[in-house]
Design a binder for this molecule. Structure first.
Ligand code: ZN
Length: 577
């Protein structure tokens, strides 16, 4: 998408912002920030339909026959409570998004509709899987810090300001503030104030769900969450979320920091509404007991193993029936492991949620076609849907394994605080590798019954799937790092004749151990310089990998979910078939 001209409209786009900070003070809210930017006119390049085809529409729903009337009412309220998160996240992603949305909505005809659809997919005008390249003409490059900071804030200005105002650091680096400029001053506006109008709507539906529901654990969480949205204090809600045991569940809050590529301080809002598959969840719960064993099996010296946070780690198998915010933008989250708060993790562990309807759709719609094009034929034939699902499960469990709080230069802090903006990609690569390492281990222990060759072939195809998310994303960058490191050891080879990738069975597991250790030790030592070096040297696609990826141009990169239980029309998905 480099062909897109990014003309000097930047000036016009940025100029009105100077006057809009005070609006925030008077009447904060996501809609307000763009009121002064009506002048934005967006032009569209040719070929937007091809961009839209990157995301194949897929209907996601669940069988509700096991739910009683009350539970269905609660489900509707949870969906309603999640809807406002869409606009909140749009504002977090970019200060100009409300104006961009209006500008696209004003373009008549099918091209305008396609552009608006793309905007909705990416929560903005920058394509997330293409390194945030703009799909419209004449906008400035995406600010590294999304909409969390003033768009023109530099690292130098930031450091200089913090040096002069050390007392302001907590407010400015908080996970849950937007940074605004007030003259020469920088201030942190709590999310509860910045997004009050939208969050109030969520709170109202949470209260309604509490009034309807008869499930104590769910009600406790929803009440705590309503409180947290109003106060920015999420710890009690996250603790309550860990204990939720209900056929319908909600996960809502500011969680991941991927959107903030400037510093990795700011959490994005997202929401998942799920219907739990209780039988399958109970089946997987037995894996919890094996977490200490998995930690022990990590290929690092014992002193770096972390047995502090294994207290509890529930697993949910669920069907996704609605998502919003970061969860719905760009590449779809197939599974998650929350909360991220290390204090809650040490107290309660973390909960993994697998979204099986989404995982199965990804396997069929993206992984199988990719393997056919890039893997050696005999390895492409080994692809296994269950191995794909279980690797995702163990990837998520692995976010809860390995170094958590560490000591470096006499300072104790979380790994992410030492690794800063390199952390998301390093942590994703770590989780992916540890997940594979433990899946192979548990298969030897006969906890799983997949053939190892099928696990590895599925994993290898998965690297190509993830790298297509763009090496600008944490997951895409992680996949490039994994592929490059494994190729350097000779565990993956590219066939010189047909250019296809093939793993080397005899070497693979030993090489996997070495590469996994490398990532874990960067975290164990909080080594920012090593993380940076690794990302610079290995975090991009090599020429040979690029050649393989170029075979996939006609394959969809990911899915665009359509949620009929939230009233969304399934017509598009039927047309696309
Ligand atoms: Zn992950």
């Amino acid at each position: 998408m480099d062909v897109l001209a990014r003309r000097a409209l930047a000036l016009m786009v940025f100029a009105p912002l100077a006057g809009c900070h005070d609006d925030h003070k008077a009447a904060p809210g996501p809609e307000k920030s763009a009121d002064d930017t009506d002048a934005i006119v967006l032009q569209l390049p040719q070929g937007l339909d091809e961009h839209l085809a990157d995301f194949v529409p897929v209907v996601l729903e669940a069988d509700l026959s096991s739910l009683n009337e009350t539970e269905r009412t609660v489900l509707d309220e949870l969906i309603a409570a999640s809807r406002p998160i869409e606009r909140v996240f749009e504002r977090q992603a970019n200060r100009l998004n409300a104006a961009y949305r209006r500008a696209l909505a004003a373009i008549p005809g099918p091209r305008g509709r396609t552009a608006l659809r793309l905007f909705e997919i990416h929560a903005g005008v920058y394509e997330r899987h293409r390194g945030f390249a703009a799909f419209v003409l004449g906008v400035p490059p995406r600010p590294k810090g999304g909409g969390f900071y003033p768009a023109d804030l530099t690292r130098e200005q930031w450091s200089a300001f913090l040096e002069q105002h050390p007392d302001r650091e907590a407010e400015l680096i908080s996970l849950t503030t937007l940074v605004e400029r007030r003259g020469d001053d920088l201030v942190g506006i709590p999310y509860s104030k910045a997004f009050r109008a939208e969050l109030d709507k969520s709170i109202e539906h949470l209260h309604r769900a509490v009034r309807s529901s008869q499930n104590t654990s769910l009600c406790n969480y929803l009440a705590q969450l309503a409180e947290a949205l109003a106060t920015d204090r999420y710890q009690k809600a996250e603790i309550a979320w860990m204990d939720v045991d209900s056929p319908v569940e909600l996960t809502l809050g500011p969680y991941e920091i991927y959107e903030d590529e400037l510093f990795g301080y700011k959490a994005s809002f997202e929401a998942f509404v799920t219907v739990v598959d209780r039988a399958a969840s109970r089946h997987l719960e037995k894996l919890r007991a094996l977490l200490p064993e998995m930690e022990d099996h990590l290929p690092i010296p014992d002193e770096h193993k972390n047995h502090a946070r294994d207290a509890s780690s529930p697993v949910r198998v669920a069907k996704l029936v609605f998502s919003a915010g970061e969860a719905r933008a760009g590449i779809q989250t197939a599974a998650f492991n929350l909360p991220n708060d290390e204090m809650v993790r040490e107290l309660k562990g973390s909960k993994k949620v697998l979204l099986t309807n989404l995982i199965d759709a990804k396997f069929a719609q993206t992984l199988v076609p990719i393997a056919r094009d890039v893997l050696a034929d005999e390895q492409a034939a080994e692809l296994d849907a269950a191995a794909f699902r279980d690797h995702i499960l163990l990837h998520e469990m692995s976010h809860g394994l390995g170094p958590g709080r560490i000591v470096r230069d006499g300072q104790t802090a979380e790994v992410r605080e030492f690794l800063l903006e390199t952390y998301p990609a390093i942590e994703e690569a770590k989780a992916d590798l540890c997940g594979l390492w433990n899946l192979l281990y548990l298969t030897r222990r006969q906890i799983f019954t997949h053939a190892p060759r099928r696990i590895i072939a599925t994993y290898l195809a998965g690297l190509f799937r993830s790298v297509r998310f763009g090496t600008g994303s944490a997951h895409g960058r992680a996949a490039a790092i994994e592929f490059n490191l494994l190729r350097d050891t000779g565990a993956i080879r590219i066939d010189p004749h047909d250019g296809r990738a093939r793993y080397q069975g005899s070497r693979f597991e030993k090489a996997l151990g070495e590469v996994t250790r490398h990532l874990l030790m960067i975290e164990a030592t909080g080594d920012y310089a090593a993380a940076k070096r690794l990302i610079q040297t290995q975090g991009r696609t090599s020429k040979e990998m690029q050649n393989l990826i170029s075979r996939l141009v006609d394959q969809p990169t990911d899915l665009r979910p359509i949620f009929p239980l939230a009233g969304e029309s399934v017509r598009e998905a039927q047309v696309a078939r």
